[in-house]
Design a protein around this ligand. Structure first.
Ligand SMILES: [Zn+2]
Length: 300
């Protein structure tokens, strides 16, 4: 039996339960946009308890160091709520590379990622590698991080989660494949930001998993778009490769900070509609909520 690496240690894969596959629980974010900073761990723990109240059990936390990650905070939130949290090593988009990281070689970055996964910080270990591409280009620093992620995956087995800017998905897959990544352990994120149904099928045909995670972004498009993206993948036989989360990476999404719709949104709002509209079977719901993530994250 394989284990999933959480901030409180490795857990049996069958302990994963209902999982959100891409969220942010603590970020001392370097951006001028203060809504990206989420750093009151007690308020966040209250928010995580809302998720728990609706049956949630595990959260994959996607904040990397250059977005203001704090592994001890994640452990604190996990201990306080009894919800499993998987933390991320890696890098975000070029704009947020620290000067030190921008100077590092592919090998240096890979060693850093490997260290985060094997040794961690103050005994808190990471369970996934998150790397990124910008909207229209894969910047040289991002390319370096993508290559480093492949090395780190080969050494540790950890899954790779890609912040996909929206238009370079196939290029990213080519680059990962060329550099020896196991595509069955890659998740191409944010695919609903560019709801190009034809292109989504080109992604999954290559063997990667895809993440539908920009939920309730009604300023961009109606929720129906998220539903159509999922429906398209299911209709073409790719229900084993779909990951669902909301990516609520701003405190303004959280009820405990005075915002909304709150971390329970996927379970209390989105899934009931998705299940009703697509007439999903119990087996399909289990794949979307539990077993797809379990298969890809149980690597330790
Ligand atoms: Zn995110």
């Amino acid at each position: 039996m394989s284990k999933i690496r959480t901030v409180c240690g490795d857990i049996d894969e069958n302990s994963i339960g209902i999982t959100y596959s891409h969220e942010h629980l603590h970020a001392d974010h370097p951006s001028q946009d203060l809504t990206l900073t989420i750093n009151d761990d007690d308020k966040t723990a209250n928010e995580v308890n809302l998720f728990k109240k609706f049956g949630g059990n595990t959260i994959i936390e996607a904040t990397v160091k250059d977005m203001g990650r704090n592994l001890e905070s994640l452990r604190y939130i996990s201990e306080k709520t009894n919800v499993n949290i998987v933390a991320s090593t890696g890098n975000w988009i070029d704009q947020y590379f620290s000067p030190e990281m921008a100077l590092m070689s592919v090998e240096d970055l890979a060693n850093l990622y490997i260290k985060d996964i094997i040794k961690g910080e103050k005994g808190v270990l990471c369970g996934q590698i998150k790397v990124a591409s910008s909207l229209h280009v894969i910047h040289p620093n991002e390319e370096k991080a993508l290559k480093a992620a492949c090395i780190a995956q080969n050494v540790t087995g950890a899954p790779i989660w890609i912040h996909h800017g929206g238009s370079r998905g196939l290029e990213i897959i080519d680059l990962l494949e060329k550099n020896g990544a196991d595509l069955s352990k890659v998740i191409l994120g944010h695919i609903d930001r560019n709801p190009d149904l034809y292109e989504h099928l080109q992604f999954v045909k290559r063997g990667v998993n895809v993440s539908v995670d920009n939920l309730d972004r009604v300023y961009r498009y109606p929720v129906q778009v998220n539903i159509d993206v999922i429906d398209n993948l299911i209709q073409h036989g790719y229900e084993d490769q779909i990951f669902i989360s909301a990516d609520f990476g701003r405190y303004t999404y959280y009820k405990s900070y005075g915002g909304g719709p709150g971390l329970s949104y996927i379970l209390d709002c989105f899934y009931p509609r998705l299940i009703d509209q697509l007439k999903l079977s119990e087996e399909q719901i289990y794949k979307l909520q539990v077993s797809n993530v379990r298969r890809v994250y149980a690597q330790f």
